[in-house]
Design a protein around this ligand. Structure first.
Ligand code: GLC
Length: 563
Protein backbone atom coordinates (compact mmCIF):
# COMPACT_ATOMS: atom_id res chain seq x y z
CA UNK A 1 0.00 0.00 0.00
CA UNK A 2 0.94 3.62 -0.62
CA UNK A 3 3.83 4.89 1.43
CA UNK A 4 3.11 7.51 4.02
CA UNK A 5 -0.43 6.26 4.37
CA UNK A 6 -0.06 5.88 8.10
CA UNK A 7 -2.09 2.69 8.37
CA UNK A 8 -3.60 2.13 11.81
CA UNK A 9 -5.84 -0.57 13.25
CA UNK A 10 -8.24 2.06 14.53
CA UNK A 11 -8.65 3.46 11.03
CA UNK A 12 -9.39 0.06 9.53
CA UNK A 13 -11.59 -1.26 12.33
CA UNK A 14 -15.36 -1.15 12.60
CA UNK A 15 -16.66 -0.13 16.02
CA UNK A 16 -19.64 -1.72 17.77
CA UNK A 17 -21.05 0.29 20.67
CA UNK A 18 -22.64 -1.55 23.59
CA UNK A 19 -24.91 0.10 26.11
CA UNK A 20 -24.39 -2.56 28.79
CA UNK A 21 -27.63 -1.83 30.62
CA UNK A 22 -29.58 -2.88 27.54
CA UNK A 23 -27.54 -5.64 25.93
CA UNK A 24 -28.10 -8.92 27.77
CA UNK A 25 -29.29 -9.66 31.29
CA UNK A 26 -27.98 -12.91 32.79
CA UNK A 27 -28.85 -12.35 36.45
CA UNK A 28 -32.55 -11.81 36.01
CA UNK A 29 -32.78 -8.27 37.42
CA UNK A 30 -33.94 -6.66 34.19
CA UNK A 31 -30.60 -4.90 33.68
CA UNK A 32 -27.92 -6.02 31.25
CA UNK A 33 -24.56 -7.11 32.65
CA UNK A 34 -20.99 -7.98 31.76
CA UNK A 35 -21.65 -11.72 31.76
CA UNK A 36 -24.32 -11.00 29.17
CA UNK A 37 -21.76 -9.36 26.90
CA UNK A 38 -19.45 -12.36 27.37
CA UNK A 39 -22.29 -14.65 26.37
CA UNK A 40 -22.70 -12.72 23.11
CA UNK A 41 -19.04 -12.36 22.13
CA UNK A 42 -19.26 -14.97 19.37
CA UNK A 43 -22.22 -13.12 17.91
CA UNK A 44 -20.34 -9.82 18.01
CA UNK A 45 -17.32 -11.40 16.36
CA UNK A 46 -19.58 -12.86 13.67
CA UNK A 47 -20.63 -9.37 12.64
CA UNK A 48 -17.18 -8.59 11.33
CA UNK A 49 -16.63 -5.73 13.75
CA UNK A 50 -13.24 -5.22 15.37
CA UNK A 51 -13.63 -2.88 18.30
CA UNK A 52 -16.20 -2.69 21.08
CA UNK A 53 -16.92 0.65 22.70
CA UNK A 54 -18.54 0.05 26.07
CA UNK A 55 -20.59 2.80 27.65
CA UNK A 56 -19.58 3.37 31.30
CA UNK A 57 -19.49 0.28 33.50
CA UNK A 58 -17.88 1.90 36.55
CA UNK A 59 -19.47 2.20 39.95
CA UNK A 60 -22.22 4.77 39.78
CA UNK A 61 -25.45 5.81 41.49
CA UNK A 62 -26.89 5.96 37.95
CA UNK A 63 -28.34 9.41 37.95
CA UNK A 64 -27.34 9.49 34.28
CA UNK A 65 -26.92 5.75 33.64
CA UNK A 66 -23.26 5.48 34.53
CA UNK A 67 -22.15 8.89 33.28
CA UNK A 68 -21.95 9.86 36.94
CA UNK A 69 -19.04 7.82 38.27
CA UNK A 70 -18.46 7.32 41.98
CA UNK A 71 -15.43 5.02 41.62
CA UNK A 72 -13.34 4.96 38.45
CA UNK A 73 -11.56 1.77 39.43
CA UNK A 74 -14.54 -0.43 40.24
CA UNK A 75 -17.36 -2.07 38.35
CA UNK A 76 -21.00 -1.12 38.87
CA UNK A 77 -22.65 -3.77 41.07
CA UNK A 78 -25.56 -4.19 38.70
CA UNK A 79 -23.15 -5.04 35.89
CA UNK A 80 -20.98 -7.52 37.79
CA UNK A 81 -17.50 -7.64 39.27
CA UNK A 82 -13.92 -6.89 38.27
CA UNK A 83 -13.48 -10.63 37.74
CA UNK A 84 -16.31 -10.48 35.18
CA UNK A 85 -14.59 -7.57 33.51
CA UNK A 86 -11.28 -9.44 33.35
CA UNK A 87 -13.08 -12.41 31.82
CA UNK A 88 -14.72 -10.14 29.26
CA UNK A 89 -11.40 -8.63 28.26
CA UNK A 90 -9.78 -12.07 28.02
CA UNK A 91 -12.68 -13.35 25.91
CA UNK A 92 -12.33 -10.38 23.60
CA UNK A 93 -8.57 -10.77 23.23
CA UNK A 94 -9.06 -14.45 22.38
CA UNK A 95 -11.32 -13.40 19.53
CA UNK A 96 -9.13 -10.56 18.35
CA UNK A 97 -11.57 -7.88 19.47
CA UNK A 98 -10.36 -4.58 20.93
CA UNK A 99 -12.00 -2.82 23.86
CA UNK A 100 -12.59 0.91 24.12
CA UNK A 101 -13.94 2.20 27.43
CA UNK A 102 -15.79 5.40 28.19
CA UNK A 103 -13.75 8.03 30.00
CA UNK A 104 -16.05 10.41 31.86
CA UNK A 105 -13.86 13.04 33.45
CA UNK A 106 -15.48 16.38 32.75
CA UNK A 107 -17.42 15.53 35.89
CA UNK A 108 -17.71 12.81 38.48
CA UNK A 109 -20.64 11.72 40.60
CA UNK A 110 -21.40 13.77 43.71
CA UNK A 111 -21.03 10.42 45.47
CA UNK A 112 -17.38 10.12 44.46
CA UNK A 113 -15.03 10.24 47.42
CA UNK A 114 -13.37 13.36 45.96
CA UNK A 115 -16.62 15.30 45.99
CA UNK A 116 -17.70 13.97 49.36
CA UNK A 117 -14.46 15.39 50.74
CA UNK A 118 -14.56 18.54 48.66
CA UNK A 119 -17.92 19.64 49.98
CA UNK A 120 -16.94 19.09 53.67
CA UNK A 121 -14.96 22.27 54.24
CA UNK A 122 -13.32 25.07 52.34
CA UNK A 123 -9.87 23.89 53.32
CA UNK A 124 -10.34 20.21 52.62
CA UNK A 125 -7.46 18.83 50.51
CA UNK A 126 -10.03 17.90 47.83
CA UNK A 127 -11.72 21.29 47.82
CA UNK A 128 -9.98 22.35 44.67
CA UNK A 129 -10.95 19.21 42.75
CA UNK A 130 -14.21 20.94 41.79
CA UNK A 131 -15.36 24.42 40.81
CA UNK A 132 -16.70 26.30 43.83
CA UNK A 133 -18.09 29.82 43.99
CA UNK A 134 -18.17 31.25 47.55
CA UNK A 135 -21.57 32.76 48.35
CA UNK A 136 -20.04 35.97 49.72
CA UNK A 137 -19.08 36.84 46.14
CA UNK A 138 -22.78 37.00 45.32
CA UNK A 139 -24.76 34.86 42.89
CA UNK A 140 -22.41 33.25 40.38
CA UNK A 141 -22.62 34.36 36.74
CA UNK A 142 -25.23 32.36 34.90
CA UNK A 143 -24.17 29.01 33.55
CA UNK A 144 -26.70 26.77 31.83
CA UNK A 145 -27.05 23.09 32.76
CA UNK A 146 -28.25 20.24 30.58
CA UNK A 147 -30.17 18.13 33.07
CA UNK A 148 -31.14 20.70 35.67
CA UNK A 149 -34.84 21.37 35.98
CA UNK A 150 -34.15 25.07 36.43
CA UNK A 151 -31.42 25.05 33.82
CA UNK A 152 -28.97 26.34 36.41
CA UNK A 153 -25.46 24.86 36.49
CA UNK A 154 -24.67 26.31 39.93
CA UNK A 155 -25.92 24.40 42.95
CA UNK A 156 -25.83 26.04 46.35
CA UNK A 157 -24.30 23.82 49.04
CA UNK A 158 -25.10 24.81 52.61
CA UNK A 159 -22.20 23.13 54.42
CA UNK A 160 -19.61 25.54 53.06
CA UNK A 161 -21.93 28.32 51.92
CA UNK A 162 -20.81 28.04 48.31
CA UNK A 163 -22.05 26.99 44.90
CA UNK A 164 -20.59 24.16 42.84
CA UNK A 165 -20.66 23.89 39.08
CA UNK A 166 -22.49 21.10 37.23
CA UNK A 167 -22.89 21.41 33.47
CA UNK A 168 -24.97 18.22 33.60
CA UNK A 169 -27.15 17.02 36.48
CA UNK A 170 -26.86 18.29 40.03
CA UNK A 171 -25.29 14.90 40.81
CA UNK A 172 -22.56 15.43 38.20
CA UNK A 173 -20.22 18.13 39.60
CA UNK A 174 -17.58 19.33 37.11
CA UNK A 175 -14.01 18.39 37.89
CA UNK A 176 -11.51 21.23 38.03
CA UNK A 177 -8.93 20.41 35.38
CA UNK A 178 -7.12 23.62 36.23
CA UNK A 179 -5.88 21.78 39.32
CA UNK A 180 -2.83 19.67 38.33
CA UNK A 181 -3.76 17.09 40.98
CA UNK A 182 -7.03 16.40 39.19
CA UNK A 183 -5.19 15.86 35.92
CA UNK A 184 -2.77 13.46 37.62
CA UNK A 185 -5.71 11.52 39.08
CA UNK A 186 -7.21 11.21 35.60
CA UNK A 187 -3.96 10.09 33.99
CA UNK A 188 -3.45 7.56 36.74
CA UNK A 189 -6.91 6.03 36.35
CA UNK A 190 -6.35 5.84 32.61
CA UNK A 191 -3.11 4.00 33.24
CA UNK A 192 -4.94 1.60 35.54
CA UNK A 193 -7.19 0.51 32.66
CA UNK A 194 -4.43 0.52 30.05
CA UNK A 195 -2.37 -1.73 32.30
CA UNK A 196 -5.30 -4.11 32.39
CA UNK A 197 -5.13 -4.20 28.61
CA UNK A 198 -7.93 -1.96 27.36
CA UNK A 199 -7.35 -0.56 23.90
CA UNK A 200 -8.55 2.98 24.19
CA UNK A 201 -11.03 5.54 25.42
CA UNK A 202 -14.04 7.35 24.10
CA UNK A 203 -13.81 10.62 25.98
CA UNK A 204 -17.07 12.02 27.21
CA UNK A 205 -17.63 15.75 26.48
CA UNK A 206 -13.89 16.19 26.41
CA UNK A 207 -14.23 19.56 24.68
CA UNK A 208 -15.75 20.98 27.90
CA UNK A 209 -12.96 20.20 30.40
CA UNK A 210 -11.10 23.50 30.34
CA UNK A 211 -12.85 26.42 32.01
CA UNK A 212 -12.11 30.01 32.76
CA UNK A 213 -12.25 29.69 36.55
CA UNK A 214 -13.09 33.39 36.90
CA UNK A 215 -16.43 32.57 35.29
CA UNK A 216 -16.93 35.88 33.50
CA UNK A 217 -20.46 37.00 32.65
CA UNK A 218 -21.43 35.63 29.25
CA UNK A 219 -23.28 37.58 26.54
CA UNK A 220 -27.06 37.32 26.28
CA UNK A 221 -26.90 35.08 23.17
CA UNK A 222 -25.41 32.46 25.39
CA UNK A 223 -28.80 31.57 26.86
CA UNK A 224 -29.70 28.19 25.42
CA UNK A 225 -26.83 28.34 22.94
CA UNK A 226 -24.13 27.67 25.42
CA UNK A 227 -22.13 24.98 23.64
CA UNK A 228 -19.67 27.33 21.89
CA UNK A 229 -18.94 28.89 25.29
CA UNK A 230 -18.39 25.53 26.99
CA UNK A 231 -16.21 23.91 24.37
CA UNK A 232 -12.64 24.72 23.47
CA UNK A 233 -11.81 26.45 26.76
CA UNK A 234 -8.53 28.35 27.23
CA UNK A 235 -6.33 25.37 28.16
CA UNK A 236 -8.10 22.51 26.41
CA UNK A 237 -5.25 21.73 24.04
CA UNK A 238 -2.63 22.09 26.71
CA UNK A 239 -4.45 19.42 28.75
CA UNK A 240 -5.00 17.07 25.83
CA UNK A 241 -1.38 17.32 24.83
CA UNK A 242 -0.29 16.73 28.40
CA UNK A 243 -2.59 13.70 28.61
CA UNK A 244 -1.13 12.39 25.39
CA UNK A 245 2.43 12.79 26.60
CA UNK A 246 1.76 11.48 30.11
CA UNK A 247 -0.30 8.41 29.18
CA UNK A 248 -1.66 7.94 25.66
CA UNK A 249 1.66 7.96 23.84
CA UNK A 250 2.92 5.08 25.98
CA UNK A 251 0.37 2.57 24.68
CA UNK A 252 -0.88 1.26 21.34
CA UNK A 253 -4.39 2.49 21.91
CA UNK A 254 -7.06 4.60 20.22
CA UNK A 255 -8.80 7.73 21.37
CA UNK A 256 -12.02 9.30 20.22
CA UNK A 257 -13.26 12.46 21.84
CA UNK A 258 -16.88 13.45 22.12
CA UNK A 259 -16.56 17.04 21.00
CA UNK A 260 -19.69 19.17 20.98
CA UNK A 261 -18.90 22.68 19.79
CA UNK A 262 -15.90 21.72 17.70
CA UNK A 263 -16.19 22.80 14.08
CA UNK A 264 -14.37 22.48 10.80
CA UNK A 265 -12.12 25.44 11.57
CA UNK A 266 -10.58 23.98 14.73
CA UNK A 267 -10.97 20.24 14.00
CA UNK A 268 -7.34 19.65 13.19
CA UNK A 269 -6.20 21.15 16.48
CA UNK A 270 -7.36 17.90 18.06
CA UNK A 271 -6.25 15.29 15.57
CA UNK A 272 -3.36 16.58 13.50
CA UNK A 273 -0.84 13.82 14.29
CA UNK A 274 1.93 16.35 14.84
CA UNK A 275 0.06 17.97 17.70
CA UNK A 276 -0.06 14.71 19.66
CA UNK A 277 -3.50 14.98 21.15
CA UNK A 278 -6.29 12.61 20.02
CA UNK A 279 -6.83 10.19 17.11
CA UNK A 280 -10.35 11.27 16.20
CA UNK A 281 -13.50 12.82 17.63
CA UNK A 282 -17.25 12.92 17.16
CA UNK A 283 -18.49 16.23 15.84
CA UNK A 284 -22.16 17.19 16.24
CA UNK A 285 -22.90 18.87 12.96
CA UNK A 286 -24.97 16.00 11.60
CA UNK A 287 -26.78 15.50 14.90
CA UNK A 288 -27.90 19.14 14.75
CA UNK A 289 -29.09 18.94 11.15
CA UNK A 290 -32.72 18.11 11.87
CA UNK A 291 -32.98 20.00 15.14
CA UNK A 292 -34.34 23.43 15.69
CA UNK A 293 -31.58 25.99 16.30
CA UNK A 294 -29.13 23.13 16.25
CA UNK A 295 -29.94 22.18 19.84
CA UNK A 296 -28.79 18.59 20.00
CA UNK A 297 -30.21 17.45 23.33
CA UNK A 298 -33.46 19.41 23.06
CA UNK A 299 -34.44 18.22 19.69
CA UNK A 300 -37.39 19.73 18.01
CA UNK A 301 -37.56 17.87 14.80
CA UNK A 302 -37.14 19.88 11.65
CA UNK A 303 -37.14 18.59 8.09
CA UNK A 304 -33.67 18.00 6.71
CA UNK A 305 -32.39 17.94 3.16
CA UNK A 306 -30.20 15.35 1.56
CA UNK A 307 -28.03 18.10 0.07
CA UNK A 308 -27.34 19.36 3.60
CA UNK A 309 -26.56 15.81 4.76
CA UNK A 310 -24.09 15.46 1.89
CA UNK A 311 -22.53 18.82 2.65
CA UNK A 312 -21.84 17.90 6.28
CA UNK A 313 -20.08 14.72 5.24
CA UNK A 314 -18.22 16.24 2.32
CA UNK A 315 -16.95 19.15 4.39
CA UNK A 316 -15.79 16.89 7.20
CA UNK A 317 -14.13 14.50 4.81
CA UNK A 318 -12.21 17.39 3.31
CA UNK A 319 -10.91 18.54 6.69
CA UNK A 320 -9.21 15.21 7.27
CA UNK A 321 -8.11 14.61 3.68
CA UNK A 322 -4.44 15.17 4.45
CA UNK A 323 -4.14 15.09 8.21
CA UNK A 324 -6.01 13.61 11.12
CA UNK A 325 -8.86 11.14 10.87
CA UNK A 326 -12.64 11.25 11.11
CA UNK A 327 -15.30 9.17 12.79
CA UNK A 328 -18.62 8.26 11.21
CA UNK A 329 -21.81 7.67 13.15
CA UNK A 330 -25.54 8.09 12.61
CA UNK A 331 -26.74 7.36 16.13
CA UNK A 332 -25.53 6.36 19.58
CA UNK A 333 -26.98 6.16 23.10
CA UNK A 334 -27.77 9.90 22.98
CA UNK A 335 -29.61 10.04 19.67
CA UNK A 336 -32.60 8.26 18.13
CA UNK A 337 -32.21 5.15 16.04
CA UNK A 338 -30.54 5.47 12.65
CA UNK A 339 -33.22 3.85 10.51
CA UNK A 340 -35.99 5.90 12.13
CA UNK A 341 -34.12 9.18 11.84
CA UNK A 342 -32.15 9.10 8.59
CA UNK A 343 -34.00 6.29 6.82
CA UNK A 344 -37.59 5.18 6.89
CA UNK A 345 -38.85 2.59 9.35
CA UNK A 346 -42.19 1.92 7.67
CA UNK A 347 -42.67 -1.76 6.76
CA UNK A 348 -42.12 -0.99 3.07
CA UNK A 349 -38.82 0.84 3.39
CA UNK A 350 -37.29 -0.45 6.62
CA UNK A 351 -35.07 -3.16 5.08
CA UNK A 352 -33.63 -1.07 2.30
CA UNK A 353 -33.14 2.09 4.29
CA UNK A 354 -31.46 0.27 7.19
CA UNK A 355 -29.04 -1.51 4.85
CA UNK A 356 -28.50 1.58 2.70
CA UNK A 357 -27.38 3.50 5.79
CA UNK A 358 -25.05 0.65 6.77
CA UNK A 359 -23.57 0.84 3.27
CA UNK A 360 -23.03 4.55 3.78
CA UNK A 361 -21.15 4.26 7.09
CA UNK A 362 -19.06 1.38 5.80
CA UNK A 363 -18.04 3.06 2.56
CA UNK A 364 -16.94 6.46 3.84
CA UNK A 365 -13.48 7.46 4.94
CA UNK A 366 -13.34 7.68 8.74
CA UNK A 367 -13.86 4.97 11.34
CA UNK A 368 -17.47 3.71 11.33
CA UNK A 369 -19.36 3.38 14.64
CA UNK A 370 -22.49 1.24 14.99
CA UNK A 371 -24.74 1.26 18.01
CA UNK A 372 -25.93 -2.18 19.21
CA UNK A 373 -29.04 -3.23 17.29
CA UNK A 374 -28.21 -1.06 14.29
CA UNK A 375 -27.03 -4.24 12.58
CA UNK A 376 -30.60 -5.62 12.76
CA UNK A 377 -32.30 -2.30 12.02
CA UNK A 378 -33.71 -1.57 15.48
CA UNK A 379 -36.13 1.38 15.45
CA UNK A 380 -37.35 4.17 17.75
CA UNK A 381 -39.79 3.00 20.41
CA UNK A 382 -41.87 6.21 20.47
CA UNK A 383 -43.29 6.08 24.00
CA UNK A 384 -46.71 7.68 24.53
CA UNK A 385 -46.34 8.34 28.25
CA UNK A 386 -43.80 10.18 30.33
CA UNK A 387 -43.92 7.29 32.82
CA UNK A 388 -42.31 5.00 30.24
CA UNK A 389 -39.19 7.16 30.04
CA UNK A 390 -36.13 6.47 32.19
CA UNK A 391 -33.76 9.10 30.81
CA UNK A 392 -32.96 12.06 33.07
CA UNK A 393 -32.83 14.30 30.00
CA UNK A 394 -36.45 13.62 29.03
CA UNK A 395 -37.77 13.44 32.59
CA UNK A 396 -36.21 16.70 33.75
CA UNK A 397 -37.13 18.63 30.65
CA UNK A 398 -40.69 17.44 31.15
CA UNK A 399 -40.58 18.71 34.75
CA UNK A 400 -39.26 22.07 33.55
CA UNK A 401 -42.10 22.42 31.09
CA UNK A 402 -44.63 21.32 33.68
CA UNK A 403 -43.39 24.01 36.09
CA UNK A 404 -43.48 26.66 33.39
CA UNK A 405 -46.90 25.67 32.09
CA UNK A 406 -45.52 24.51 28.72
CA UNK A 407 -47.20 22.24 26.19
CA UNK A 408 -46.65 18.74 27.55
CA UNK A 409 -48.49 16.98 24.76
CA UNK A 410 -46.32 18.62 22.16
CA UNK A 411 -43.28 17.65 24.18
CA UNK A 412 -44.24 13.97 24.28
CA UNK A 413 -45.03 14.01 20.57
CA UNK A 414 -41.57 15.44 19.94
CA UNK A 415 -39.77 13.01 22.23
CA UNK A 416 -41.12 10.16 20.12
CA UNK A 417 -38.55 11.17 17.56
CA UNK A 418 -36.02 12.86 19.78
CA UNK A 419 -35.63 10.99 23.03
CA UNK A 420 -32.40 9.23 23.95
CA UNK A 421 -34.42 6.29 25.27
CA UNK A 422 -35.27 5.45 21.66
CA UNK A 423 -31.73 4.20 21.31
CA UNK A 424 -31.53 2.52 24.72
CA UNK A 425 -34.29 -0.09 24.54
CA UNK A 426 -33.16 -3.68 25.17
CA UNK A 427 -31.38 -5.59 22.45
CA UNK A 428 -33.74 -7.76 20.46
CA UNK A 429 -32.25 -11.25 20.41
CA UNK A 430 -35.13 -13.57 19.57
CA UNK A 431 -38.90 -14.02 19.73
CA UNK A 432 -39.04 -15.24 23.33
CA UNK A 433 -40.41 -13.03 26.10
CA UNK A 434 -38.66 -9.66 26.42
CA UNK A 435 -36.91 -10.41 23.12
CA UNK A 436 -34.49 -12.74 24.89
CA UNK A 437 -32.96 -9.80 26.74
CA UNK A 438 -34.12 -10.75 30.23
CA UNK A 439 -36.32 -13.21 32.05
CA UNK A 440 -37.85 -10.39 34.10
CA UNK A 441 -39.32 -7.02 33.34
CA UNK A 442 -36.56 -4.99 31.69
CA UNK A 443 -35.48 -1.62 33.13
CA UNK A 444 -36.75 0.01 29.94
CA UNK A 445 -39.56 -1.40 27.80
CA UNK A 446 -38.64 -3.64 24.88
CA UNK A 447 -39.81 -2.54 21.45
CA UNK A 448 -42.58 -4.96 20.49
CA UNK A 449 -41.40 -5.15 16.91
CA UNK A 450 -39.04 -7.91 18.00
CA UNK A 451 -42.08 -10.08 17.25
CA UNK A 452 -42.11 -8.84 13.67
CA UNK A 453 -38.70 -9.86 12.49
CA UNK A 454 -36.53 -7.24 14.18
CA UNK A 455 -34.52 -9.73 16.23
CA UNK A 456 -31.22 -11.54 15.76
CA UNK A 457 -32.51 -15.15 15.68
CA UNK A 458 -35.04 -14.53 12.91
CA UNK A 459 -32.56 -12.55 10.84
CA UNK A 460 -29.88 -15.23 11.20
CA UNK A 461 -32.05 -17.56 9.15
CA UNK A 462 -32.95 -15.12 6.38
CA UNK A 463 -30.38 -14.81 3.67
CA UNK A 464 -31.22 -11.21 2.80
CA UNK A 465 -31.83 -9.94 6.28
CA UNK A 466 -30.54 -6.58 7.49
CA UNK A 467 -28.19 -8.53 9.75
CA UNK A 468 -26.68 -10.63 6.99
CA UNK A 469 -26.31 -7.59 4.79
CA UNK A 470 -24.39 -5.89 7.57
CA UNK A 471 -21.98 -8.83 7.70
CA UNK A 472 -21.46 -8.77 3.96
CA UNK A 473 -20.91 -5.05 3.89
CA UNK A 474 -18.47 -5.18 6.82
CA UNK A 475 -16.54 -7.77 4.80
CA UNK A 476 -16.60 -5.51 1.74
CA UNK A 477 -14.92 -2.76 3.77
CA UNK A 478 -12.20 -5.24 4.73
CA UNK A 479 -11.77 -6.56 1.18
CA UNK A 480 -11.46 -3.12 -0.40
CA UNK A 481 -9.02 -0.94 1.53
CA UNK A 482 -9.88 1.84 -0.92
CA UNK A 483 -13.09 2.23 1.09
CA UNK A 484 -10.99 2.97 4.16
CA UNK A 485 -8.13 5.01 2.74
CA UNK A 486 -9.32 6.18 -0.67
CA UNK A 487 -10.04 9.82 -1.38
CA UNK A 488 -13.68 10.91 -1.62
CA UNK A 489 -15.35 12.70 -4.52
CA UNK A 490 -18.94 13.90 -4.29
CA UNK A 491 -21.08 13.42 -7.40
CA UNK A 492 -24.62 14.67 -8.09
CA UNK A 493 -24.05 17.37 -5.49
CA UNK A 494 -27.41 19.13 -5.93
CA UNK A 495 -29.56 16.01 -6.09
CA UNK A 496 -32.12 15.62 -3.28
CA UNK A 497 -32.77 11.91 -3.86
CA UNK A 498 -29.47 10.17 -4.41
CA UNK A 499 -26.19 10.47 -2.56
CA UNK A 500 -23.45 9.45 -4.98
CA UNK A 501 -19.71 9.53 -4.39
CA UNK A 502 -16.61 7.75 -5.47
CA UNK A 503 -13.64 6.53 -3.49
CA UNK A 504 -10.32 6.47 -5.25
CA UNK A 505 -7.15 4.80 -4.17
CA UNK A 506 -4.17 4.66 -6.52
CA UNK A 507 -5.51 3.03 -9.71
CA UNK A 508 -8.76 1.84 -8.14
CA UNK A 509 -12.02 3.70 -8.11
CA UNK A 510 -15.34 2.71 -6.54
CA UNK A 511 -18.72 4.30 -6.98
CA UNK A 512 -21.26 4.39 -4.13
CA UNK A 513 -24.90 5.10 -4.96
CA UNK A 514 -27.38 5.59 -2.14
CA UNK A 515 -31.04 6.34 -2.67
CA UNK A 516 -32.78 8.33 0.05
CA UNK A 517 -36.01 8.32 -1.95
CA UNK A 518 -39.28 6.49 -1.30
CA UNK A 519 -39.78 6.11 -5.04
CA UNK A 520 -37.77 4.65 -7.89
CA UNK A 521 -35.21 7.08 -9.28
CA UNK A 522 -33.28 7.33 -12.52
CA UNK A 523 -30.16 9.49 -12.69
CA UNK A 524 -27.30 10.17 -15.02
CA UNK A 525 -23.65 10.66 -14.19
CA UNK A 526 -21.85 11.62 -17.36
CA UNK A 527 -18.40 10.54 -16.30
CA UNK A 528 -19.47 6.97 -15.37
CA UNK A 529 -19.71 4.09 -17.82
CA UNK A 530 -22.13 1.67 -16.20
CA UNK A 531 -21.53 -0.91 -18.91
CA UNK A 532 -17.96 -1.29 -17.69
CA UNK A 533 -18.76 -1.04 -13.98
CA UNK A 534 -18.62 -4.18 -11.91
CA UNK A 535 -21.12 -4.57 -9.07
CA UNK A 536 -19.53 -5.13 -5.64
CA UNK A 537 -22.65 -5.19 -3.48
CA UNK A 538 -26.26 -4.06 -3.40
CA UNK A 539 -29.10 -4.36 -0.92
CA UNK A 540 -31.67 -4.98 -3.70
CA UNK A 541 -31.91 -6.34 -7.21
CA UNK A 542 -30.06 -4.36 -9.80
CA UNK A 543 -31.97 -2.92 -12.68
CA UNK A 544 -29.82 -2.07 -15.66
CA UNK A 545 -31.09 0.76 -17.78
CA UNK A 546 -29.04 -0.37 -20.75
CA UNK A 547 -27.70 3.16 -21.14
CA UNK A 548 -24.06 3.97 -20.56
CA UNK A 549 -24.31 6.83 -18.06
CA UNK A 550 -27.69 6.25 -16.53
CA UNK A 551 -28.69 4.14 -13.55
CA UNK A 552 -31.89 3.33 -11.77
CA UNK A 553 -32.33 2.76 -8.05
CA UNK A 554 -35.24 1.24 -6.20
CA UNK A 555 -36.42 3.11 -3.07
CA UNK A 556 -33.52 3.31 -0.60
CA UNK A 557 -31.37 1.08 -2.74
CA UNK A 558 -27.61 1.11 -2.18
CA UNK A 559 -25.00 -0.12 -4.68
CA UNK A 560 -21.26 -0.11 -4.81
CA UNK A 561 -19.53 -0.51 -8.18
CA UNK A 562 -15.91 -1.02 -9.04
CA UNK A 563 -15.21 1.31 -11.94
C1 GLC B 1 -22.23 12.69 27.04
C2 GLC B 1 -22.84 11.32 27.08
C3 GLC B 1 -24.22 11.41 27.61
C4 GLC B 1 -24.15 11.97 29.00
C5 GLC B 1 -23.39 13.28 29.05
C6 GLC B 1 -22.99 13.61 30.45
O1 GLC B 1 -22.87 13.51 26.14
O2 GLC B 1 -22.76 10.70 25.83
O3 GLC B 1 -24.89 10.17 27.60
O4 GLC B 1 -25.45 12.16 29.49
O5 GLC B 1 -22.20 13.24 28.31
O6 GLC B 1 -22.00 12.74 30.89
Amino acid sequence: MKKGLNRQWWKEGVVYQIYPRSFQDTTGNGVGDIKGIIKRLDYIKSLGVDIIWLNPIYESPNDDNGYDISDYRNIMHEFGTMADFDALLAGMKERGLKLVMDLVVNHSSDEHKWFQESRKSRNNPYRDYYHWWPAEKGTPPKRWSYFDVKGNAWQYDKTTDAYYLHYFSVKQPDLKWENPKVRQEVYSLMEFWFEKGVDGFRMDVISFISKDSDFPELPEVYDGKFIPFYSDGPKLHEYLHEMNQSVLSKYDIMTVGEAPGIGLDNALDFVDENRKELNMFFHFELMALDRKEGKTFEMTKEPWKLTAFKKVHSDWDAVFAEKGWGSMFLNNHDFPRTVSRWGNDSKTHWHNSATMLQTFLLSMRGTPYFHYGEEIGMTNIRFNNITDYQDINTINRYKTLEQNGGDLEEFIANEKDASRDNARTPMQWDTSENAGFSQTKPWLKVNTNYEEGINVASQETEKNSVLNYFRQMAQVRKDYPALVYGSYQLLLQADEEVYAYSRTFEEERYLVLLSFSTTKTTKTIDEIDFKQAELVISNDEIYTTGQVNTFELKPYQACIYKL
